[in-house]
Ligand binder design. Structure first.
Ligand SMILES: [Zn+2]
Length: 334
């Protein structure tokens, strides 16, 4: 049996590692029990994102019950503010990125109804918080009331609103026109119009266009070429030219290629082997590069990257939503 599955053939045996599923499940489950450690408090500003990363990884690993469902829902609802948005943790200000994570978690747990029962104003209130962050002039989105513009927020708005069935609350054509302005001559996208192409922004722009049903606007061959060039000799991807590879770009680059149907342009088995070298086979979790400290962010995106490659028994991920495909299929057909 090949240790590295997915497109293409297994690479040299000396680099092959097996995915340590149980170690990763234990690593994620134990994150919440480390409250006495400094690392936990240093990352409090990311808490709700962390729950989304951990929960999604556990679903993809085939252990959807590993986190206690009711406690998770209670925590999500405790992060909601009066304006309908969600903060990173109880007491924190509401922000687009945490609101998107809250929606994704509730959808994954099939608990959106809890917003009506116990939330502050139901899903309509969440939708209006997001819709109010659209800049009426440009069509782009802010992350919060302070006004920083970034295509990450536009993607987040489209992601959460479409899951809630509320995409009609925003001006989609105007947002699409804004995304087009972020496209560069190399076919890739930047954080704002006229800025350098970056794989993370490619994902947010292409996935947002997919949700809007406007992938016809993407120059797929040109973008596919730029994305393919992100694969380095090690098998891993970097985020832009001249940068080091990083396991999380397996997702940003890989999902973009999957969305535009060009994932077969890269060496999938070489990528899978690189991702597996980034895992800690003893303590579980993945780091950005082999031998580096693991964290839940890289653990999630490494596992999601392996899912794109159909690796082993990992469940299918939705490349547009970065959630289990079974979940988005069920929700988006509602
Ligand atoms: Zn990274």
């Amino acid at each position: 049996m090949s240790l590295v599955s997915g497109p293409g053939r297994a690479v040299g045996a000396q680099h092959d590692q097996q995915l340590c599923i149980q170690k990763h499940v234990e690593y994620i489950k134990n994150l919440d029990s480390r409250r006495d450690e400094l690392e936990y408090w240093l990352t409090e500003h990311l808490r709700l994102n962390g729950v989304y990363w951990g929960l999604t990884a556990l679903h993809l690993l085939g252990c959807p019950q590993a986190l206690p469902r009711e406690d998770t829902i209670d925590f999500v609802l405790s992060c909601q503010k009066d304006n309908g948005g969600f903060g990173a943790a109880p007491g924190h200000d509401a922000h687009m990125l945490y609101t998107v994570s809250a929606v994704q978690i509730l959808v994954t747990l099939d608990a959106v109804d809890e917003l009506e029962k116990r939330g502050l104003g139901g899903k309509a209130k969440v939708g209006s918080f997001i819709a109010n962050l659209q800049d009426k002039e440009t069509g782009s989105f802010m992350g919060d009331e302070w006004g920083e513009l970034d295509t990450r927020f536009l993607y987040g708005a489209f992601n959460a609103l479409s899951l809630l069935g509320l995409l009609h609350l925003v001006d989609v054509p105007k947002a699409v026109a804004y995304l087009q302005k972020c496209e560069n001559l190399d076919g890739a996208y930047g954080i704002r119009p006229g800025t350098e192409s970056h794989a993370g922004q490619v994902f947010t722009c292409v996935a947002a266009l997919a949700i809007a049903g406007r992938l016809d606007l993407v120059n797929k061959d040109r973008l596919g070429g730029w994305l393919s060039e992100r694969q380095l000799e090690t098998g891993g991807f970097n985020g832009r030219p001249e940068k080091l590879e990083d396991a999380c770009y397996s997702w940003w680059v890989g999902s973009s290629l999957a969305i535009i149907d060009r994932l077969h342009w890269i060496d999938g088995s070489k990528l899978a082997a690189y991702i597996l070298r980034c895992q800690d086979p003893e303590a579980g979790g993945f780091g950005d590069r082999p031998g580096n400290m693991v964290d839940v962010f890289h653990t999630h995106f490494a596992i999601a990257g392996l899912s794109l490659l159909n690796h082993g028994s990992i469940k299918e991920v939705d490349p547009v939503y970065c959630m289990p495909k079974t979940v988005t299929t069920k929700y988006l057909s509602k």
